[in-house]
Design a protein around this ligand. Structure first.
Ligand code: HEC
Length: 96
């Protein structure tokens, strides 16, 4: 029974839709990150430093470390995905 449940669990996790990732990333961001970045301009102004998807993800990880949130990789990825779709619009290797 337990095994069946876990199998179902991982199946559900694996099929999380992009829309759900986006929603999840937005919630995480809005709950944890807006103390310092509460304006879209922070991510869109022309002198922003991140120029690639990788460097964006790297900075999300940096801020996560600074805040001691200890996010899982999935959470880092979902927030990066959210910021990218909403503001940065970098080419993402793999999925879009
Ligand atoms: C305590 C304040 C603080 C909080 C809270 C914070 N950050 Fe940051 N963040 C900074 C500072 C300072 C910088 C500028 C550092 C730099 O660009 O090298 C920055 C830069 C960034 C950038 C790069 C912006 C650019 O120039 O393109 C991203 C993306 C980012 N943060 C994401 C996040 C995320 C995601 C969270 C929530 C986990 C978060 N930050 C929470 C302080 C904070």
């Amino acid at each position: 029974m337990k095994i069946t449940f876990c199998f179902l669990c991982s199946f559900l996790l694996a099929t999380t839709s992009l829309a759900e990732e986006l929603e999840f990333g937005k919630d995480l961001h809005d709950n944890n990150c807006t103390a310092c970045h509460n304006k879209p301009e922070f991510y869109t102004h022309k002198d922003r430093k991140r120029k690639t998807y990788e460097s964006l993800e790297h900075q999300v990880r940096n801020c996560d470390n600074t805040l001691d949130l200890a996010w899982f990789d999935e959470e880092i990825e979902d927030v990066t995905y959210y910021l990218n779709v909403t503001y940065y619009r970098f080419q993402k290797p793999g999925k879009n």
